[in-house]
Ligand binder design. Structure first.
Ligand code: SAM
Length: 183
């Protein structure tokens, strides 16, 4: 988003086929709620295509990459790392320090699928629990980003969109996006 440093999301443990829908939703949630880019670990051609298609139609900026070396992504990331896990410290206790750090440095938000290797817990600057109950990487990411941006992501502008949704109380209204590039 426009304010603060870059926010990237690293999606670990994608299992081709089986996780396609969940990985796609992680990417769409990252985009919609203010992250700048997502890195998908493993072969995730379908999710990448879907997320990029949504960005083409509804705007960005947002980019999608794939990596076969997620550990190298973590090791080389020049910034701070927040790993979302049910075993982590409560988000309400660590969101302040994370927000303050994000004013100065890029932030990588890591979410898993299956079991996450222990070295991710060790590399993370914060292991963050969105509750300490098991749920979903999509839900965890959504709550985390909303806390990080304190709701500002809900009012963001979209660049280079083909179309825009006009909010209505009832029904569906979609129009060509304004030509000035905003929304
Ligand atoms: N045992 C796993 C764990 O470490 O959280 C649960 C696996 S869960 C199916 C897949 C992913 O959802 C996790 O890797 C984590 O990123 C996210 N997740 C699930 N519950 C969470 C919670 N309470 N807080 C934060 N993230 C959570």
């Amino acid at each position: 988003m426009q304010q603060g440093r870059e926010v990237a999301v690293l999606r670990l443990g994608h299992r081709p086929g089986r996780d396609n829908r969940m990985t796609t939703h992680v990417g769409l949630t990252a985009r919609a709620l203010g992250a700048d880019r997502i890195v998908l670990a493993g072969s995730a051609d379908g999710p990448q295509e879907t997320i990029e298609g949504v960005t083409d139609r509804f705007g960005g900026p947002f980019s999608v990459e794939q990596t076969s070396e997620p550990k190298a992504v973590l090791r080389r990331f020049e910034g701070r790392v927040a790993h979302l896990t049910m075993y982590g410290l409560p988000i309400q206790d660590v969101e302040g320090p994370i927000r303050r750090a994000h004013r100065e440095e890029p932030l990588l938000v890591v979410v898993g699928a299956e079991k996450v290797p222990f070295d991710v817990y060790e590399r993370a600057d914060w292991n963050v629990g969105v509750t300490n109950q098991p749920h979903s990487e999509v839900a965890g990411l959504a709550v985390f980003l909303d806390r990080l941006f304190e709701g500002r992501e809900l009012d963001r502008e979209w660049i280079d969109a083909d179309r825009q949704v006009i909010p209505t109380a009832t029904g569906k209204r979609v129009e060509p996006a304004d030509e000035d590039g905003g929304d």
